[in-house]
Write a protein that binds this ligand. Structure first.
Ligand code: PRX
Length: 658
């Protein structure tokens, strides 16, 4: 048998197990070794969260743990005052661990920077002073559009230090997306970069931003990090170079004592409409939830662990579990600028070996890609330092789970499959690695203090092993507090369906006979591509803004690599079929409007789209057709013939996929 065959046999063998156990050694040293913590939290969730909040540094104590008088506008730790940058930096330096490495940064071209807690604090203080000198104060929104470089962490913490909510835009989104998000949030400053690097190439960023940022009169400052040396114009009065500004700034900036409910950040995420949701998180509750979950789900021993999360800071995973969770716990992290296959397909594992990574957190789509590359790039490195693995962003298929377990974890490392959302701010459903057994494909159970249920359309809890809608039934500290400037949408999107305190998640799920939750996927018009959320309508409006397009409908189609892939049914003006050049031009257009990750993988030319008599596009039928399933009920269609035409189009264009 070849090595590949042997591996296949081993994986098949593993797949026969329903349960996996952490090793005795792991359990013996784990922070939490049994379920008594769940029982304690269940007896009095309020007292339990209060105990966790007390692990942070507060300038003033709270007067009330949970304020629910105005539900669903919940308030946590009201009356309390704290500062997140103080909790992530100053208190560690004061405790004598300023020399501990906060970040081992590794650049695309192999450069590295080691940044201690004391150094990070020094940069954050100066950056905070630069913002203050530009008139940015508590409540003023600051946009951040940066690649994975240490400055992004400095920028976020500087905002937190002065109480200016940050609005980070993922570096892979287009300048147009940045413009939209800066306009929605009325940002007064933007922190960006001259250029970004990707797989050996450089792309201009600041000049792209300049191209679209005119007309935003409220944007008074653009602070530019010098990273690639890419030329750009600096507009007098508005633009500053980061290095020059920080060098000239006052070195000391006290952390502002902020109300527990002071807004910490806005993060735009896709909802069911074309307009992204400005998900707003606040200070005290968010840090309580994120700090507790980071420490206990990852079983963190800050003196010895080295943590590596492969997400981008532009997503919630980066906010909660690259920046705030690790730093609040005094952890040492690896931060990598580049792509997983640059300069080679083993770069993550090279970094794990070099820095002695003990805890590794990634997404199922990345694991599936590694599977495609085969075990060699992993096995070329010594991964014996690893002791715990994590997964996030989408359901992990059992095959990918056992591959992760065996090839990456050497059959030795527990895997925590963490289910949560931008809205939840913190992990919600997962196993605790030293206390619970694992089932590949199931995230596990709600964390202590949290409650989840699977319900039917009417909100009644369904029987075990039955699919239904996932709900969270009790407020938790890291929960979103609002949609930025859209209070009605906040209520209608999450709370109207079943009534507070039942939070409507938007995922389908089932709970099995052991109480373990199996998340199936979204029930709304949100597509999850490689763990990134996009809305069908958002992509549709980008497509229809192309001059050749009359109409478009977008669906998420199951995809072996990316979980879901974007499939667009497009009607061109004049009713003609497009050619390859039109496909490329549409894909480029979407990349320009939203970002490369929103480019449709598949485009199907449609003479017409299936609509109900009231004109609503029936995406369910498009999904059936794209995935080659038998068509569901078509009697409500205005023109049932459309389906036959579409089936023919699928046959003709079956080879469109790339
Ligand atoms: O559908 C669920 C899926 O990702 C959605 C949340 O996306 P986002 O807000 O971008 O946050 C992703 C990172 C926290 C959820 O509604 N999802 C996330 N984690 C899992 C998951 N689905 C299954 N298992 C997971 N572990």
């Amino acid at each position: 048998m070849t090595h590949a065959d042997l591996l296949e046999v081993e994986l098949e063998e593993l797949l026969r197990n329903e349960w996996f156990d952490p090793s005795e050694d792991f359990v013996r040293d784990a922070l939490i070794q049994d379920l008594s913590v769940h029982a304690e939290a269940e007896r009095d969730p309020i007292a339990w969260w209060e105990k966790q909040a007390a692990a942070l540094d507060w300038f003033e104590p709270w007067t009330q743990v949970l304020g629910d008088e105005n539900a669903p506008f919940y308030r946590w730790f009201e009356g309390g005052k704290l500062n997140l940058s103080h909790n992530c930096l100053d208190r560690h330096v004061a405790a004598g661990i300023g020399d501990r490495v906060a970040l081992h940064w590794h650049g695309e071209e192999g450069e590295s920077r080691t940044i201690t807690y004391a150094q990070l604090l020094a940069d954050v203080e100066r950056c905070a002073n630069v913002l203050k000198a530009r008139g940015v104060g508590p409540g003023d929104v600051v946009g951040i559009y940066l690649p994975m470089i240490p400055e992004v962490v400095v920028a976020m913490l500087a905002c937190a230090r002065i109480g200016a909510p940050h609005n980070v835009v993922f570096g892979g989104f287009s300048a147009e997306s940045v413009h939209e998000r800066m306009a929605f949030s009325n940002a007064s400053a933007l922190i960006t970069v001259d250029g970004a690097r990707r797989k050996g190439r450089t792309a201009a960023v600041k000049s792209e931003v300049d191209r679209v940022m005119d007309g935003l009169t409220h944007l008074e400052t653009i602070l530019v990090v010098r990273h690639t040396g890419t030329a750009c114009e600096m507009r007098a009065e508005r633009d500053l170079w980061w290095d020059e500004a920080l060098a000239a700034a006052e070195p000391h900036c006290p952390a502002e004592p902020l109300d527990s409910e002071h807004p910490l950040f806005i993060l735009y995420s896709s909802g069911s409409t074309a307009k992204p949701k400005g998900i707003e998180h606040t200070t005290g509750g968010y840090l309580t939830g994120v700090a507790w979950s980071f420490k206990h789900v990852f079983d963190l021993k800050p003196q010895t662990d080295v943590y590596f999360c492969t997400a981008d800071v532009g997503w919630i995973t980066g906010h909660s579990y690259i920046v705030y969770g690790p730093l609040a716990n005094g952890a040492t992290s690896v931060m990598y600028e580049g792509a997983p296959d640059y300069p080679h397909q083993g770069i993550w594992w090279e970094l794990c070996e070099r820095y002695g990574v003990t805890i590794f957190y990634t997404a199922p789509t990345a694991i599936r890609t590694c599977m495609k590359w085969g075990p060699e790039p992993v096995r070329a490195h010594d991964l014996s330092s690893l002791r715990l693995l994590g997964s996030v962003g989408e359901p992990i298929n059992p095959k990918a789970w056992v591959w992760y377990w065996l090839v990456v974890g050497g059959g030795r490392c527990p895997i925590v499959d963490t289910w949560w959302q931008t809205e939840t701010g913190q992990m919600v459903i997962t196993t605790l690695p030293g206390a619970q057994r694992m089932k590949p494909g199931s995230a596990g159970t709600p964390l202590p203090g949290m409650r989840a249920a699977v319900v039917d359309e009417a909100g009644r809890e369904v029987q075990r092993d039955t699919q239904g809608l996932l709900t969270l039934n009790r407020p938790w500290p890291g929960m979103l507090r609002a949609l930025y400037r859209e209070p009605d949408r906040y209520v209608s999107a999450y709370w109207e369906r079943f009534g507070a305190p039942t939070y409507f998640v938007g995922d389908a799920s089932r709970q099995d006979h052991d109480g373990y939750f199996w998340v199936i996927g979204r029930v709304d018009d949100v597509i999850n591509v490689s763990g990134h959320r996009l809305s069908t309508t958002e992509v549709e409006s980008a497509i229809v803004s192309h001059p050749k397009v009359a109409e478009a409908a977008v669906i998420g189609q199951s995809d072996e690599d990316t979980g879901q892939a974007i499939c667009a049914f497009v009607t061109l003006r004049g009713g003609i079929d497009g050619d390859d050049a039109t496909i490329e031009s549409l894909r480029d257009h979407v990349a320009q409007r939203i970002g490369k990750l929103a480019r449709p993988k598949r485009i199907i030319w449609a003479g017409d789209l299936p609509k109900t008599r009231s004109g609503k596009i029936m995406r369910r039928l498009l999904k059936d057709i794209a995935e080659g399933r038998e068509l569901g009920d078509i009697t409500t269609l205005r023109d049932p013939d459309v389906m036959a035409q579409l089936s023919a189009a699928i046959v003709r264009h079956g080879a469109d996929e790339d």
